[in-house]
Design a protein around this ligand. Sequence first.
Ligand SMILES: NC(=O)c1ccc[n+]([C@@H]2O[C@H](COP(=O)([O-])OP(=O)(O)OC[C@H]3O[C@@H](n4cnc5c(N)ncnc54)[C@H](OP(=O)(O)O)[C@@H]3O)[C@@H](O)[C@H]2O)c1
Length: 263
Amino acid sequence: MNSISVREFEGRRVLVTGGTKGAGAAMVHRFALAGARVATTARSAVCPDGVNCELYIPADVATPEGATNVGRTLTEQWDGVDVLIHNVGGSATPGGGFAVITDELWEQELNVNLLAAVRLDRLLLPLMIERGNGVVIHISSIQRRLPLPASTTAYAAAKAALTTYSKSLSKEVGPKGVRVLSVAPGWIYTSAAEGLVKRIADQGGVDEDAARQQILDSLGGIPIGRPAMPEEVADLVAFLASPRAASIHGTELVIDGGTIPTV
Ligand SMILES: NC(=O)c1ccc[n+]([C@@H]2O[C@H](COP(=O)([O-])OP(=O)(O)OC[C@H]3O[C@@H](n4cnc5c(N)ncnc54)[C@H](OP(=O)(O)O)[C@@H]3O)[C@@H](O)[C@H]2O)c1
């Protein structure tokens, strides 16, 4: 039986992609608190103040060059990682439904939400397999099951591909000692989400509670009445990466306050 230790990641090498903001920043903080050596990546040239990571690699992981840079740096400086959290993701498609999603936008969504993880796994998984252990977690989205067509069709499809890829990978590398999982959050109350609430409030001439309610309504409601906090997502990810979750493999964990309306 594994006991719970506050420093359960002492000395473990963890990469959280996109760890300078939102859920990723909460994950960086959570793993560092538990004693891990944490590396992160983002596109900005320098690591923002207050991000608690030991190694910062500026890179656009949505490009083959960026992913190669991250993989090479971690291989050379840390001889790989023990825990790999693919957190980078998001949608940049404008509103307007399927007709406005050009090939270029499709490629962009697939690069950010699927291929960044595929490329980094290809670079860093061989070292985990060599050692016979490691954990890989892909941050997907409930949109892979509950797509919102107004502006995120391509994002939802890319996340669906990510979850399916994650399952296939788990079958291949589980027998070699590497656990692979995906996590599907619903709405997370990041600073970007706060910004969106303020924008809707300003543009619609309503208060922030009403703006928040509009977003909840667009999701069909959240039974617990609120989005998840970044720290809650980070706690789930840390549990799944820990030895306490050693039997959890090849599946997707949903953290959405009950948003998905079906079993
Ligand atoms: N927020 C939600 O409600 C929600 C819901 C479901 C799923 N998710 C998923 O949860 C994950 C985190 O979302 P979030 O909302 O917390 O993200 P966020 O606040 O937008 O932060 C994204 C992070 O990734 C970095 N990043 C973005 N594109 C990058 C790229 N191409 N290369 C390197 N770094 C990049 C950003 O830094 P730079 O901008 O400096 O590069 C930042 O550190 C994503 O996979 C998202 O799809 C989020």
